[in-house]
Design a protein around this ligand. Sequence first.
Ligand SMILES: Cc1cc2nc3c(=O)[nH]c(=O)nc-3n(C[C@H](O)[C@H](O)[C@H](O)COP(=O)(O)O)c2cc1C
Length: 205
Amino acid sequence: MKKLVLAALALLLISAAAASAASFLLPEPDKTGGPSALEAIANRASAEQKPFEKEELSEKELATILWAATGKNREPKGWTVPLAMGRDPYVKLYVLLKSGGYLYNWEKGGLIEQTNEKRLISSAVTQEFAKTAPCVVVFVTSGLMNVDEFNYIATGAMSQNIYLAAQALGLKTRFLASYNKVKIESSLALSPVAKITGVMVIGRQ
Ligand SMILES: Cc1cc2nc3c(=O)[nH]c(=O)nc-3n(C[C@H](O)[C@H](O)[C@H](O)COP(=O)(O)O)c2cc1C
């Protein structure tokens, strides 16, 4: 009887956690449609330095952008970007939204809440137009890859895929080297070995 009660309690706790909006699974990314890869390359350009529209990215758009950046694309393991020695992604992706800051889980295609701080975006970036973006992606080295160049190569591949996915989805994005390092590090509680290698603003213009 005691075991039964404990099991029921555990089930209740699990379903309460699943119902929480803090961390959530994203829908399946869009893997078809849009312009051809060559057309997306032909038209790639950065968002202009002007305000973004207020509209947030849909979960489907977010799922597609993050999957393009570092999603799993084959079994048993393989990613949308090349990674040294086929290692698990060693540059992590954090996402800042109006609701807070999240870590992208490439294995499950979900977002894990790191903070529910509102207005995080406007303090995380420094340029006025960037503060209006509904979504900011932050590239962070995890300390798992000790060859620094490989971290930057991964950031380059991931950011180019975000440019092309945004182009395919009709969204605008821009890579930024200007951001508030101290603010992002503290809000996301990044470990001392973690290093930010860039951020991208994403939205509509
Ligand atoms: C490493 C790097 C750092 C950048 N940093 C910033 C930045 O801090 N602020 C900004 O507005 N744009 C930044 N950009 C965007 C470039 O200014 C932009 O790519 C460049 O003007 C060329 O425009 P295009 O991407 O439309 O071809 C950066 C781009 C790169 C690759």
